[in-house]
Design a protein around this ligand. Structure first.
Ligand SMILES: NC(=O)c1ccc[n+]([C@@H]2O[C@H](COP(=O)([O-])OP(=O)(O)OC[C@H]3O[C@@H](n4cnc5c(N)ncnc54)[C@H](OP(=O)(O)O)[C@@H]3O)[C@@H](O)[C@H]2O)c1
Length: 312
């Protein structure tokens, strides 16, 4: 048997995306695991980065269930994430998540990381409706119910807040006005909790290496927590580009999909912050991985100066 085959298998969903991609990258750098990256297509162009890392690529679809057995077969651990706004998944994210968890369990997966978000419905007493948060939280509750029968050795929930990378994509990209000032349009928010989503990779690696102390915990990837104005001032300081903040509520953004849901999300975050006043088993990312990047470090490391960038 080759060395690669002897390594424990970790299955990573969303491996071509930001969260799963970060996890694959960190696991691959460690050289400790056999990485099984899941994608809906094995096309060379679509999976090029994964191919360069030399990881196994398995074709599976969360929405139809096709290939899930193969994805989990013989796996020791798995990173699970559902893409809420993918047309195949939207409207049935809870069912998709639950199916993933059941398949992982049926295949004897021992360690699970579930990418979660708060239950907005519950925490706001029904005031706000943010399905892409609540559906993930419902899957978390389902997993917790299974854990009363010790379905898995350890399950850890990771909760990424707003990615810094969102500022680099069309929805939140600053626009240059006629005076050359970068205008960041953002809804009213007391504090924006945010992270460099690539930091999820080394965090997940640490959790896979030492899962048991974190069993049942929610790891909040909160690398920066500051008013939106701080992000703009830091951008100006680091890049030297004149910039300003303009309040713009999401429901007025005719240019984006899901504007209403995002408006409710920001209203919820403004009133309750991520997890409200609930006493939850939260661990902050810095306790696991002190190197998490604040916004200033992110700007300095990436060299981003306000231009559009799909893949930071
Ligand atoms: N943006 C934020 O600030 C933020 C913050 C916290 C949480 N989130 C959550 O992050 C999630 C998205 O994760 P991401 O940012 O990593 O997404 P992403 O970069 O858009 O990537 C989506 C991934 O999901 C995979 N995927 C989509 N539909 C699939 C299906 N039917 N079966 C199997 N795989 C499927 C895609 O794989 P293939 O196309 O290769 O099949 C791709 O790898 C969303 O649910 C969102 O709620 C986002």
């Amino acid at each position: 048997m080759s060395q690669q085959q002897e390594k424990k298998i970790i299955t990573v969903f969303g491996a071509t995306g930001k969260q799963g991609g970060a996890v694959v990258c960190a696991l691959s750098k460690s050289g400790q695991y056999h990485i099984r990256a899941v994608a809906r297509s094995r096309d060379e162009s679509h999976t090029q980065k994964l191919r360069e890392m030399g990881v196994e690529i398995v074709k599976a679809n969360i929405a139809t269930g096709a290939g899930l057995d193969k994805a989990f077969c013989g796996a020791y651990a798995a990173f699970l994430n559902t893409a809420s706004f993918d047309p195949e998944i939207e409207g049935k994210e809870y069912e998709c998540g639950r199916c993933l968890v059941d398949q992982a369990r049926a295949n004897g997966v021992k360690i699970l990381i579930w990418s979660t978000l708060p239950n907005v419905q519950k925490l706001s007493n029904g005031k706000y409706n943010v399905p892409h948060f609540t559906e993930k939280a419902r899957v978390e509750e389902y997993i917790r119910s299974l854990q009363t029968q010790s379905a898995f050795e350890s399950v850890i929930f990771v909760a990424p807040p707003f990615y810094y990378q969102n500022f680099l994509c069309p929805k939140f990209l600053p626009k240059k006005d006629e005076k050359g000032c970068f205008v960041f349009e953002f809804p009213k928010l007391r504090t924006l909790t945010a992270c460099d989503i690539t930091d999820l990779g080394p965090i997940a690696l640490k959790l896979f290496q030492n899962p048991h102390p974190y069993n049942g915990k929610i790891v909040l990837i909160d690398s920066e927590n500051a008013p939106p104005q701080h992000y703009i001032e830091t951008f100006q300081k680091v890049t030297g580009q004149k910039s300003c903040l303009k309040h713009q509520e999401m429901e007025n953004r005719k240019d984006i999909h899901h504007a209403k849901q995002l408006a409710e999300m920001f209203a919820y975050l403004d009133e309750f912050s991520y997890f409200g006043q609930e006493k939850l088993p939260i661990v902050h990312a810095r306790e696991i991985y002190p190197e998490v990047k604040n916004w200033e470090t992110f700007l300095r490391k990436t060299g981003w100066k306000g231009e559009h960038q799909e893949e930071p």
